[in-house]
Design a protein around this ligand. Structure first.
Ligand code: URA
Length: 427
């Protein structure tokens, strides 16, 4: 059968700054999924979109076409409301781990379908897989049972959700077209809308360790995603949060589980607790729970009880000790002064080089690798004082990791400006 359009015309239209019709977008996404449009043609179209942008109608159509390329899930048979969170990705961002159990302790279902880490930001599944026995793959009928019973699930997103996005994202990754607002927004929202959650809170990271380096870009991305979600019937809000400095004091898979357990036990670092509680309040409000005392639910053990149920439901042993790296190396201050910068990207790349992340999607990750941070921005430090501990099972990685980490530590003379964690809220 003859094809409806010629892909070269579509690429040329966008290359010259024109607008793509709904029919052209539906066809090109479908034809690419079927293999009729080639990788080189989709790569050229992505680059044309990167340079020329898409208007709101084109972004909605692109998102809907990617949803239509695969399956959608339906949680409407559950007896509880559903709400989910998505982060655009940052260094030390383990918020999903305490947040799901915290929100589900209020009787709300939290279906978090996640991916594995690629590059310097860690993947939630990689983190949870450091818990002995825990399984990321959950069949749909079991997923529904867990949501009805314990309420929170973190599972691998099945291959059937938005398969066009999977193919396009892999291509963008190797053609310098990832950091493009219409393509990021449609990629994230196609998966979240296909997942079938009724409410969604987005954590859009801003700063050196994030896709979006400045606040205006991050606001534009958040606005685009919030509109896409609401237009598709998913009640959606976004918080913009700081990612110039890693979140919390631990980076790496088992290390981030360890720190999440501190939060679930009512402790943990202030920045991580603040973001977790703020996102929980937003998610609960969208699910119809007003003014919840989420700090109390962390302190009185309710959230920890939900965590234990969530881990057990997926075969994990919440009481098993977490793995510890075979080798550690301490990084100390090279002068007296005030710690004024701990750069998120430098530490994220460092942790990745220690073995916590992967360069290609088929690479294994070390459960134990990562970085512990011992000092805070604004703190006075003395020469020789311990700032970081690096962890790995393969000590030949220390040198390359340090090449990234050292320039990211800045010790100055003047007091550092106070750090604001939550930068804006888009509704
Ligand atoms: N995460 C996604 O799922 N897609 C993007 O384009 C960027 C981040």
């Amino acid at each position: 059968m003859a094809e409806q359009f010629d892909v070269v015309d579509i690429i040329r239209t966008k290359r010259d700054g024109g607008e793509l019709s709904t029919e052209q977008i539906n066809w090109v996404i479908d034809a690419y999924t079927r293999g009729v449009v080639g990788d080189e043609q989709m790569a050229a179209l992505n680059m044309a979109i990167f340079i020329r942008d898409m208007n709101r109608r084109e972004i909605v159509d692109w998102t809907q076409a990617m949803i239509a390329s695969g399956d959608t899930m339906d949680f409407s048979t559950l007896s509880k409301p559903t709400t989910d969170k998505h982060s655009t990705g940052g260094v030390g961002d383990k918020v999903t781990l305490p947040l799901g159990p915290l929100v589900s302790s209020y009787g709300v279902a939290v279906p978090q379908l996640s991916g594995r880490g690629l590059g310097h930001t860690g993947g939630t599944l990689d983190k949870l897989e450091s818990i002995p026995g825990w399984q990321a793959d959950v069949p749909t009928d079991r997923l529904m049972e867990i949501l009805e019973d314990s309420g929170a699930v973190v599972a691998a997103a099945g291959a059937g959700l938005a398969p066009a996005d999977k193919k396009i994202y892999a291509l963008r990754d190797i053609t310098a077209t990832v950091d493009c607002i219409p393509l990021i927004a449609s990629s994230i929202m196609s998966k979240k809308i296909a997942e079938g959650t009724s409410a969604l809170v987005l954590d859009v990271k801003v700063g050196s360790g994030a896709f979006m380096k400045d606040l205006d870009q991050a606001r534009a991305l958040a606005r685009t995603m919030v509109d896409l979600g609401n237009d598709a019937g998913v009640r959606t809000r976004a918080l913009l949060t700081d990612m110039n400095t890693p979140l919390g004091r631990k980076i790496g898979n088992a290390l981030e589980v360890e720190e999440s357990l501190e939060v679930l036990a009512g402790g943990g670092p202030a920045d991580l607790v603040e973001i977790t509680c703020e996102l929980a309040r937003e998610m609960l409000e969208l699910a119809g729970v007003h003014d919840p005392d989420v700090e109390e639910a962390l302190k009185d053990g309710r959230a920890m009880d939900s965590w234990r149920k969530m881990i057990r439901a997926q075969g994990g042993d919440p009481d098993a000790p977490l793995p510890v790296a075979a080798h550690q190396e301490v990084v100390t201050a090279d002068r007296d002064g005030v710690l004024s910068e701990l750069d998120a990207l430098a530490l994220g790349v460092g942790s990745w080089r220690l073995g916590a992340g992967r360069a290609r999607k088929e690479d294994p990750v070390q459960a134990t690798a990562g970085i512990e941070i011992h000092a805070e921005i604004g703190q006075e430090v003395k020469k020789g004082e311990k700032l970081l501990t690096l962890h790995t099972d393969t000590p030949d990685r220390f040198e390359r990791a340090l090449e990234s980490i050292r320039p990211g530590i800045v010790i100055g003379d003047a007091p550092a400006a106070a750090r604001t964690i939550i930068l804006d809220r888009i509704v």
